[in-house]
Design a binder for this molecule. Structure first.
Ligand SMILES: Nc1ncnc2c1ncn2[C@@H]1O[C@H](COP(=O)(O)OP(=O)(O)OP(=O)(O)O)[C@@H](O)[C@H]1O
Ligand SMILES: [Mg+2]
Length: 324
């Protein structure tokens, strides 16, 4: 099947003082046009490294792309020159970075920042860029656009700032939006507004979205498909319903259980921390924390297997369902 965006056998690592460290090993991930794809994983799983690899924004060295393909609209981004990548970044693929507070430049008004991005990427006149800037602010549902564009970032609330960042990301007509934990520092009511906005923009503008989060609740509010990332590998993927309602991999089950459904529910922390020896050579990366481990988990790394529908999991236990 031809996907609009596809990652194949991607391996990325870092040269560190302790030696080479593999941070990403993704067999396959595909996003269809206009689809919102969620990527969930705990801190350090490799979510931001993946986003930066797609846009080729990782510094090399210390990072190394060992192998793989990142195919966007039929072209492999990993073979593009730096100059060719500039035709993709911002114009066709945009990113909302993890930290909304430091993304905007504090010494320019938000209107100036929006205008500069539009002028640079679209090659428009200053006046035309200003007009598009006002339109884009309306698009992200900020009232009184003429007043907002004159403000400096510190004069706006966290939620307003994040809407400006989304406006900048969409101002040049990007077809793929990578949102790296876009609501991380926002309180829950503001979070809900931003999620609703991203879902509406995805639906109305037919933008494909790679939505990164460490909270499954956020993913289910926005996405149709989801992948669970553990230590740089996808351990389970499928539709949101298949993976979050009916998880199979013991890591997905433990991850979902870490969020209490009500105040009375107790979390068994023993289930979430390492209790066994980590496996170094060839075994499953979840071995040391897995309560269901058995042979050959310590010696063979499980590949992603189709369980039915579009549901895949990388676990030797195969189809044994985890309970939530
Ligand atoms: N420049 C770097 N040099 C060495 N290792 C790095 C570098 N950048 C990232 N890493 C490592 O890559 C791994 C993945 O990091 P990444 O930032 O992608 O995590 P994440 O899933 O985005 O976590 P978080 O939810 O905290 O943002 C981590 O183990 C991190 O230490
Ligand atoms: Mg991150």
């Amino acid at each position: 099947m031809n996907h609009y965006f596809e990652i194949k056998d991607l391996k990325v690592g870092f040269k560190t003082f302790e030696g080479y460290k593999r941070a990403l090993d993704i067999e396959h991930l595909a996003i269809n046009k206009g689809e919102a794809y969620g990527l969930i994983g705990e801190s350090g799983a490799g979510k931001t490294v993946l986003a930066l690899t797609i846009l080729r924004l990782l510094a090399m060295p210390p990072s190394v792309v060992e192998s793989g393909q990142i195919i966007f609209a039929g072209e492999n981004l990993l073979t593009k020159t730096e100059q060719a990548m500039r035709l993709y970044r911002g114009k066709r693929i945009s990113m909302i970075f993890q930290d909304p507070m430091s993304t905007l430049n504090p010494v320019f008004t938000v209107g100036e920042q929006l205008r500069q991005v539009i002028q640079y990427n679209r090659g428009t006149s200053k006046r035309e860029a200003e007009r598009i800037a006002l339109e884009t602010i309306d698009l992200v549902k900020l009232p009184d656009a003429k007043n907002i564009i004159q403000k400096y970032p510190h004069e706006l609330s966290g939620g307003q700032r994040q809407r400006i960042i989304i406006a900048i990301a969409l101002s040049c007509g990007a077809e793929l939006l990578i949102a790296d934990e876009p609501t991380r520092n926002l309180d829950v009511t503001i979070q809900a507004g931003i999620l609703k906005l991203i879902a509406e923009l995805q639906r109305d503008l037919k933008v494909s979205v790679l939505f990164i989060a460490n909270n499954p609740g956020l993913i289910s509010a926005v996405c149709q498909q989801v992948a669970i990332l553990h230590e740089g590998r996808i351990v389970e993927k499928g539709t949101v319903r298949e993976v979050l309602r009916d998880p199979v991999h013991p890591y997905t089950t433990a991850f979902l259980r870490a969020i209490p459904k009500n105040k009375q529910e107790k979390i068994d922390l023993k289930k979430l921390v390492a209790f066994g020896e980590a496996v170094r050579n060839g075994g499953c990366a979840y071995f040391s924390r897995c309560l269901k481990r058995q042979e050959p988990c310590s010696s063979a790394s499980p590949a992603l297997k189709l369980l039915g529908g579009t549901h895949f999991a990388a676990c030797h236990l195969g189809g044994e369902r985890g309970e939530r």
